[in-house]
Design a protein around this ligand. Sequence first.
Ligand code: PMP
Length: 433
Amino acid sequence: MLPDSKVDNLIAFDRKHLWHPYTSMTDPLPVFPVSSASGVRIRLCDGRELVDGMASWWAAIHGYSHPRLVRVIRDQAGIMSHVMFGGLTHEPAVELGRRLVALTPAGLERVFFCDSGSVAVEVAMKMALQYFHATGQQEKHRFLTIRSGYHGDTFHAMSVCDPVSGMHHIYSGVLPEYAFAPRPECTFDQAWDDRDIHALRELIENRHREFCALILEPVVQGAGGMRFYHPEYLKQARLLCDEFDILLIADEIATGFGRSGRMFGCNHAGISPDIMCVGKALTGGVMSLAAVLASDRVGRGLSSGSPGVFMHGPTFMGNPLACRVAAESIDLLIDSGWEKLVSRLAQGLKKGLSPCAAIEQVNDVRVLGGIGVVELSQPVDMVRIQQRFVDHGVWVRPFGKLVYLMPPYIIDDEDLAFLTAAVVDVVREEVSA
Ligand code: PMP
């Protein structure tokens, strides 16, 4: 444990100099200094322990400091932390590629490694553009997406985020203006209503000659509202893309590796996209790595015409440390019997969060796989609610009207009950504050 004076120093420097996600530089939200994390516990510098409800934004599916992941990263650091991927290759990249090709929906065979989720989305969008350029259909150069989506914070990723939550007005004139279909309204559990796909169909029928790709988050819309939509929508979207020669890009950065109850969101609909992005839980939350998988058709098409090569190659592409830990994380996921873990998580979340439904200012309580959402009618007071969660011994970070949980899969029943009870208590306190 750090002495108090050191912790005070650390906070003072952080507050003055370090930018945190989605915060002001001059009036930042408070931050809690962490000394270590293991299993489902995050240890604060003052000695308090918090049960983790966030898996560090979908990533730490095996909890923190998992011995198998720590071991491979130590081993690999002693062998080779990094070499450039231009002109060189290595076992960690090949072994991870092998696992990804086997695990992802059929037909995704060409793997591009990159640094983060947003970059993966940029890469996927470039692939779609370049595919139609190389195959002589330059007029197909615009993207189509659906409202309430989120795909990352870099410019082109932002251009396909929901225009309201993505704050497009700030960047108008810089962000390209792409086509947005209304968000799907039929929820995951409802009976499918065919009218839900009409608006997308109409847009595609009218403008397919200009569309190169439809990009969406399969089944779970994450940061754009934590919404679970009907898998039939995805199935129909796949059919429309086939009918009108539009590539389907599945952004599985949040949903990938079991979080929604299936290995990938696409598995709920039994479809294969043409291009798929994975990230976040890819390394079990140990370090940043993402991958873009493309079908053979995209890989070949893109490489067939001028310039014949894909113009992207990050410095840390295929980083051996990240690839090695990602391959081990996938093995660990499979060895862990993840389907049982996630369905147990779903049951615990349903049971534990259900009392929230009786709170007047709660609009909806929903659970899919290892994701539990309590949607309030008003945005929460971030500073107040964050402090309350910490006082209750849990790490939960709401945004807007949404208080949500996505704990590591390894959480046991007792910790899960503790976590959900804290959410029920804190939401009750919040709405009566
Ligand atoms: N796509 C989705 C669906 C995401 O949830 C995120 C991250 N929240 C991203 C893309 C961007 O990933 P990253 O933060 O690693 O750039």
